[in-house]
Design a protein. Structure first.
Length: 173
């Protein structure tokens, strides 16, 4: 498996991977909202091309995707990690693990202070994510506790506290 930055040629495959990863078995013909979210984020001011990564299998087929976009804690820059998508037939084989480790390493190398996400604490704990409240950071929606988590990176200032704000397209998901 190889993890690399997405290219324009990857966009149709990223849509397909995201649609498959977030498909609702009760509504198989419905396109998941995460597909439109990625497209809308890609076209917005908060898009960070260096943090949109694809995982490729041995023959170069995209099997997973992750991205971080510009979020904020109060007015300070931060990152929002979402969505993480892995083709269902490749889940539980380390693809998500590789994608998250790679995007966190890239974000740290770029001098980003922290990454926030809404997800399963049991899954994301292995990457160093902790409840956002432990860092003095509040989710944009209070009921998201304890699933709203933060991973501080090397450039995190000790006083970075406040409410996290996702890029605008997340409000429509």
């Amino acid at each position: 498996m190889l993890v690399r930055r997405e290219t324009p040629a990857d966009i149709p495959a990223i849509r397909a991977v995201t649609a498959a990863a977030f498909a609702d078995p009760a509504a198989p013909d419905r396109i998941p909202g995460e597909v439109g979210l990625v497209d809308e984020l890609r076209g917005g001011a908060d898009w960070l091309p260096a943090l949109s990564l694809v995982a490729l299998d041995g023959d170069g087929t995209p099997i997973g995707h992750v991205l971080c976009t510009r979020g904020r804690v109060g007015t300070a820059p931060a990152l929002a990690l979402a969505p993480l998508a892995v083709r269902p037939d490749r889940q539980r084989r380390g693809v998500g693990l590789a994608l998250v480790h790679t995007v966190l390493g890239a974000a740290d190398a770029l001098g980003e202070p922290l990454v926030a996400l809404l997800g399963d604490p049991a899954y994301y704990r292995r990457f160093g994510f902790r409840p956002a409240a432990d860092h003095g950071i509040a989710p944009p929606v209070p009921r998201w506790e304890p699933h709203f988590q933060v991973r501080a990176l090397s450039a995190a200032p000790p006083a970075l506290q406040g409410t996290f704000h996702y890029p605008e397209p997340f409000a429509r998901l």
